[in-house]
Design a protein around this ligand. Sequence first.
Ligand SMILES: CC(C)(COP(=O)(O)OP(=O)(O)OC[C@H]1O[C@@H](n2cnc3c(N)ncnc32)[C@H](O)[C@@H]1OP(=O)(O)O)[C@@H](O)C(=O)NCCC(=O)NCCS
Length: 154
Amino acid sequence: MDRIASPTLPVARRMEAADVARVASIEKDSFTSPWKADTFYTLLPRPGAELWVLDDPQAGVVAYAVLWCILDQAELANIAVMAGHRGRGHGRRLLTLVLDVARERGVKSVYLEVRASNERAAGLYRGFGFTHMGIRRDYYDSPVEDAILMVAKL
Ligand SMILES: CC(C)(COP(=O)(O)OP(=O)(O)OC[C@H]1O[C@@H](n2cnc3c(N)ncnc32)[C@H](O)[C@@H]1OP(=O)(O)O)[C@@H](O)C(=O)NCCC(=O)NCCS
């Protein structure tokens, strides 16, 4: 036997400029109104922005998350796992990480918006203690859909 493949977990690390092309490609495949690469480049150096990736030793960057922190509040502005890598715990792992980062920054409340039909994401958020706090009617385009506002206390 030449070698035994052992499953290895992706490494969590801060997003770098060199990751942005891959991240923007995952973004395009994940959302109907995706952020452009420039948005990620612009956010990278911002002090209140936390951009993290999961980097798999074989597949490369497979997931990313963007958190905006202002004083003791934060918004989970973006999170996505590459198609074909979902349902393997990457979303849970990344959310655990960014919420830990938020706690370290003194954040007490984290807010987010999720499409009303996005049960998979809502299930992930509920698992971390996020609760429903309101609805923004027709917030999303392509297709037009309500946003559910959620909040978690850290
Ligand atoms: C939402 C997303 C980030 C979740 O990441 P993931 O790696 O697929 O999720 P995980 O494997 O970590 O699963 C975490 C939880 O998500 C939910 N979930 C995962 N797969 C699911 C499925 N097929 N159906 C419903 N809920 C599901 C479950 O609550 C799960 O918890 P459990 O394992 O205790 O049941 C990912 O599916 C994704 O990138 N989707 C497209 C982009 C997107 O919708 N981003 C969120 C915008 S608000």
